[in-house]
Design a protein around this ligand. Structure first.
Ligand SMILES: N[C@@H](CCC(=O)N[C@@H](CS)C(=O)NCC(=O)O)C(=O)O
Length: 223
């Protein structure tokens, strides 16, 4: 493992999984504070100094604090030397194509559709039930997924012929869709299987979804 000065706050959801996954793909050691969203820990005075928007994941690298899962994994892929299996674009044109995928996945899948469903099902006690919004969100998610399914080539990578931030974002959105029991196109199922079988994904999954009750108190941020 490379010697680093990296600290990650966040567990319990696929947005946090993304960051553990990228750090593990990159072979980077990091200090982990297992802060669970909606546990109250994102509202402690200590945590609000790190992210006033009370959200995880948050990554600190030396004096840089980065929030937003997509921004964090992009930063990690560029701040350290990538291993041969990780794609990092070298030109503005190549960066544009990677960004195109990342922004598409984060807006159309993560924010506009999957999270809308989360708000009005899992968190309906906070945001209210809305079957109409959920139905429309699911239909739009499936429409956009069908549109991109033919663009995934046989290599199983979205861009650059290797694993990139875009693959981490799409795979974790598919995790979410599987949780909702969506029926997925066969090549999307194969794509998800390919990536979720990577050792780094599996290691990240264990770390992200471990039982919070098993975390020693000293690992938690002071209240
Ligand atoms: N767009 C952000 C979303 C971050 C986010 O909403 N995180 C949730 C967990 S997935 C959270 O920390 N919720 C705690 C809260 O709302 O207080 C990202 O991708 O990182």
């Amino acid at each position: 493992m490379e010697e680093t000065d990296l600290t990650l706050w966040g567990m319990g959801t696929v947005r946090n999984l993304r960051v553990h996954w990228m750090l593990m793909e990159m072979g980077l050691d990091y200090t982990f504070y297992p802060v669970h969203p909606r546990s109250g820990e994102t509202y402690t005075e200590e945590f609000l100094k790190i992210n006033p928007r009370h959200k995880v994941p948050v990554l600190r690298h030396r004096d840089v604090v980065v929030t937003e899962s997509a921004a964090i994994i992009s930063y990690v892929s560029e701040a350290f030397a990538p291993p041969p299996g990780i794609y990092v674009p070298a030109t503005a044109q190549a960066r544009a194509k990677l960004n195109e995928w990342c922004f598409f996945i984060m807006t159309e899948f993560d924010a506009h559709t999957l999270y809308v469903i989360r708000r009005h099902t899992t968190f309906s006690s906070l945001y209210g039930e809305s079957p109409t919004a959920c139905k429309a969100a699911k239909e739009y998610f499936m429409d956009q997924l069908q549109a991109i399914a033919p663009l995934i080539d046989k290599s199983g990578f979205l861009v650059g012929g290797k694993l990139s931030c875009a693959d981490i974002l799409l795979t974790t959105c598919i995790d979410w869709a599987i949780e909702y029991s969506f029926e997925l196109p066969p090549n999307i199922v194969a794509y998800h299987e390919q990536h979720s079988n990577r050792p780094a994904y599996k290691g990240a999954f264990r770390k992200t979804f471990m039982d919070p009750a098993s975390i020693p108190d000293l690992m938690r941020i002071p209240r």
